[in-house]
Ligand binder design. Structure first.
Ligand code: NAD
Ligand code: UDP
Length: 321
């Protein structure tokens, strides 16, 4: 249980609700007593993530692509509908761009029509390969506009612009969060991001694939910490961000690989592969803004979050074998 039962029952739209983060958000909102409408085109999301809610009368699921306008009566909108893993968002870069720009525009129009509050899931990727470390929200970033990651980074940046202009022009209460690498149960085993890759490889006794030398860093946040932060941002009056939501503890990818091997007791060997183009060298959030304004900071240490995530993937790997 992440959220307390709410006295006021709302109807909330979660776009991208069948994905990894979206399914946890739907679960938390339902537990708090709200009505949840989940829309998803199932591009990277999976019906199995929302299966536990399908019988709940307060949960509605619609297959819908947010690139097309939609008409609903809701009082809060969370826009999480975008592929998030580099291999997935690079597979169809134009669709990625559309989800974060056209999709964001459509959902902002819906917020405007309903006078609904709006929250956009932006990303630490907007900082690109950051030259300021740790990253504060006031840093404008170091982003390649024409590279293979640009469809994601630049569309998230454009989404942030849309949120800011809908707020200035129409008074839409549009909030922006910048999520740093988040992991946990409900990730797709074929997602391609580092935590799920390493755990699945370790559990299957396959080589652990480190891209580059493994000296690049990331800061890993467990999903429950993120969901509590997301909901705090939505609930906070006159607070629009952008705000970093991440765990400020920083690890090299080599450290992550060794920790996964240790926690799984795997005999997998580490192998080194080419580093993808434009792969950021370092990433760590400065979370002072969230701490001071929301009283939020992450609680779950990497080894504890990994243990829960490993338990989830053990179930899946067993089912598959
Ligand atoms: P995910 O791929 O598991 O979930 C994304 C969901 O959006 C999927 O269910 C997918 O089918 C759906 N979707 C994609 N395009 C859509 C469209 N056009 N219309 C409707 N649905 C669509 O990824 P996630 O990790 O759960 O990420 C959720 C959101 O959070 C994304 O916007 C992502 O950019 C953002 N984010 C995530 C992280 C992270 O570490 N998990 C970090 C930064 C930002
Ligand atoms: N990575 C890796 N092996 C993998 C998958 C990813 O070494 O099997 C690296 C990747 O090159 C990056 C880091 O792990 O440096 C985080 O990658 P991820 O795709 O999870 O997220 P990113 O932060 O790059 O968007």
């Amino acid at each position: 249980m992440i959220l307390k039962k709410s006295k006021i029952k709302k109807t909330v739209l979660v776009a991208g609700g069948a994905g990894f983060l979206g399914s946890h958000l739907c679960s938390a909102l339902l537990e708090a007593g709200h009505n949840v409408v989940c829309v998803d085109n199932l591009h990277t999301g999976r019906k199995i993530n929302i299966k536990p809610f399908l019988k709940n009368p307060r949960f509605i699921f619609k297959v819908h692509d947010v690139v097309k306008p939609l008409n609903l009566k809701v009082s809060e909108i969370y826009h999480l509908a975008s592929p998030a893993s580099p291999p997935h968002y690079q597979k169809n870069p134009l669709a990625t761009f559309q989800a974060n720009v056209w999709g964001c525009w459509n959902l902002l129009e819906l917020a405007r029509k309903n006078q609904a509050k709006f929250l956009f899931a932006s990303t630490s990727e907007i900082y690109g390969d950051p030259l300021v470390h740790p990253q504060t929200e006031s840093y404008w970033g170091n982003v390649n506009t024409i590279g293979i990651r640009s469809c994601y980074d630049e569309s998230k940046r454009a989404g942030e612009t849309l949120c800011s202009d809908f707020r200035r022009m129409y008074g839409v209460e549009a909030k922006i969060i910048r999520i740093f690498n988040t992991y946990g149960p409900n990730m797709d085993p074929d997602d391609g991001r580092v935590v799920s890759n390493f755990i699945v490889q370790a559990l299957q006794g396959k080589p652990i694939t480190i891209y580059g030398k493994g000296q690049q860093t990331r800061s890993f946040q467990y999903v429950d910490d993120l969901i509590s932060g997301i909901v705090k941002v939505m609930g906070k009056s006159n607070f629009y961000g952008p705000v970093n939501l991440g765990n400020p503890k920083e690890f090299t990818i080599l450290q992550l690989a060794n920790l996964v091997i240790k926690l799984t007791g795997s005999k997998s060997k580490i192998i080194f592969k080419d580093l993808p183009k434009d792969d950021p060298k370092q990433r760590r959030p400065n979370i002072a803004l969230a701490q001071n304004n929301l009283g939020w900071s992450p609680k779950i240490q990497l080894h504890d979050g990994l243990a829960k995530t490993i338990a989830y993937f053990e179930g899946i790997v067993k089912m598959k074998s």
